[in-house]
Design a protein around this ligand. Structure first.
Ligand SMILES: [Fe+2]
Length: 297
């Protein structure tokens, strides 16, 4: 094809995309080219800006390592991760859902922890937090025998893979739900944290005058055949950034009850005071069980 003018390049590119064999890939590529071309026209993209954009995309990849995923961080920072999550769960976005975005810090091989155990694997100063998580199906029946990965940041605001002061897999663990669909464990109360700002995402936030914080949260990934893999986060309503999460992840269904207790813990004399409890119920939706690809190792 000989491109005669600016309009025709879009028609020609769309015609080529339309010859993609796989129907779903064809649908995606046709829409991608349509929206990309419309976007370039909409903002009257200059050649310098186009080259800058290409450099940014390349840098997203170059910044991504075994322990950091700048691509996932950027997707979250643009609200795309949350949009994709919400339109795929909770009746296509019409109903509240326990599902949330995965984020860039899930590791696949969390060590097994028995119910009642602790996530603390190296000295981690902070207030004790006792969590009971209950997993039910959409009818409220317990989901027994589900594998549940838990991970969260330290009270210093760092995941163990970002922090040489923490043992490998600190504040991470894999549990199995009991006959009542429950897991329970002790950990330390997490704080909110700033997302890494030494890359493209940091420059984006700076250019927009945005703070880099995520409100304090507990990550959950629950899997059992017959159910969609439940990826969830439970947010602390006391966090000052609850309504301005840099990753757009907070929905009402994801806000937990982190309860402060000033009296001694009834069974654990080492808990000190104050200590906190979190009891939260997660709804697993029926569907295909597909584990996500871990964003880091
Ligand atoms: Fe997180």
């Amino acid at each position: 094809m000989i491109v005669e003018n600016e309009q025709q390049v879009t028609e020609d590119a769309l015609a080529v995309m339309a010859r993609t064999c796989d129907p779903r890939l064809r649908e995606i590529l046709v829409a991608l080219v349509r929206h990309l071309h419309a976007f370039a026209r909409d903002v009257r993209l200059t050649e310098a800006e186009f080259r800058q954009a290409a450099a940014v995309v390349a840098e997203l990849g170059q910044r991504t390592t075994d322990s950091h995923n700048e691509v996932v961080l950027m997707a979250g920072s643009l609200g795309l991760s949350s949009l994709v999550c919400l339109q795929n769960h909770g009746a296509g976005g019409d109903a509240a859902t326990s599902h949330s975005l995965l984020g860039p810090f899930w590791r696949m091989q969390s060590p097994a922890v028995a119910n009642g155990g602790s996530l603390v694997r190296s000295a981690t100063p902070g207030e004790a937090l006792f969590v009971t998580a209950t997993f039910v199906d959409e009818s409220g029946r317990p989901v027994a025998g589900a594998e549940v990965d838990i991970w969260h940041a330290s009270p210093a605001g760092l995941y163990e893979n970002q922090d040489d002061a923490q043992a490998d897999m600190n504040l991470r663990g894999k549990f199995i739900t009991d006959a009542d669909g429950r897991i329970w464990f002790r950990t330390v109360r997490m704080t909110g944290y700033p997302v890494p700002q030494d890359g493209v995402v940091g420059r984006l936030l700076h250019a927009q005058g945005r703070h880099p914080f995520r409100p304090a949260h507990l990550h959950v990934l629950a899997a059992k055949p017959g159910f969609k893999v439940l990826i969830s986060q439970t947010y602390d309503p006391e966090d000052p950034h609850l309504d301005s999460d840099v990753q757009f992840g907070v929905t009402r269904a994801l806000i937990g009850a982190f309860v402060r207790h000033d009296a001694p813990h009834p069974t654990d004399a080492t808990a000190g005071a104050p200590w906190y409890s979190l009891d939260h119920t997660y709804v697993m939706e029926r569907g295909e069980t597909v584990l996500p690809r871990p964003p880091i190792r």
